[in-house]
Write a protein that binds this ligand. Structure first.
Ligand code: FES
Length: 98
């Protein structure tokens, strides 16, 4: 995803907005990201990815979701259709060694 791509598609909250919120507010728990324009409080699709961004920041990394926005949106559509998350998505990433 690029910084301007939406992580929360319900409320159009971009990766950059979330990253700025995390840096500014330094939330102690991932659920606090809901205070960033309501992220995660709609269909709940994005909640695991909000948690991932928060976990990355907790580890001292820059929050970054490494999937295409098109695939992300397609997976969300399937989640809405079926009510389930695909167990094999996103595919496991190789560690960058850091
Ligand atoms: S995509 Fe974030 S709550 Fe629906």
């Amino acid at each position: 995803m690029n910084p301007e791509d939406d992580v929360c598609l319900c409320f159009h909250v971009s990766q950059q907005k979330l990253t700025n919120f995390i840096k500014r507010e330094q939330p102690k728990v991932a659920s606090k990201l809901s205070e960033c324009l309501g992220a995660g409080t709609g269909c709940h699709w994005c909640v695991p990815y909000l948690e991932l961004m928060w976990e990355q920041w907790e580890k001292g990394e820059t929050p970054q979701l490494n999937f295409s926005p098109e695939e992300y949106a397609a997976q969300r559509s399937e989640y809405h259709r079926s009510g389930k998350r695909a167990p094999d998505w996103p595919p496991a990433e190789e560690s960058d060694g850091s």
